[in-house]
Design a protein around this ligand. Sequence first.
Ligand SMILES: [Zn+2]
Length: 66
Amino acid sequence: MAIQGLCPKCGKRVLHVNVENTVGVVEGNSKARCLCFTCIHCNTVLGVQIDQRSKPRPRKKDDVPG
Ligand SMILES: [Zn+2]
């Protein structure tokens, strides 16, 4: 299947994307690892999603946050 997607900024076909690790923040607290997809030509963010590969942080009663 040919790739038809175009970058909304530079208009080039999105044959490749940079994948960057980023962190989802909810009300100032880091909540989840996310993946950020950016255009390799102009670095425009094309999308962000939760990193499904990452495991949630272990929730122990004695786990001190920070
Ligand atoms: Zn672009």
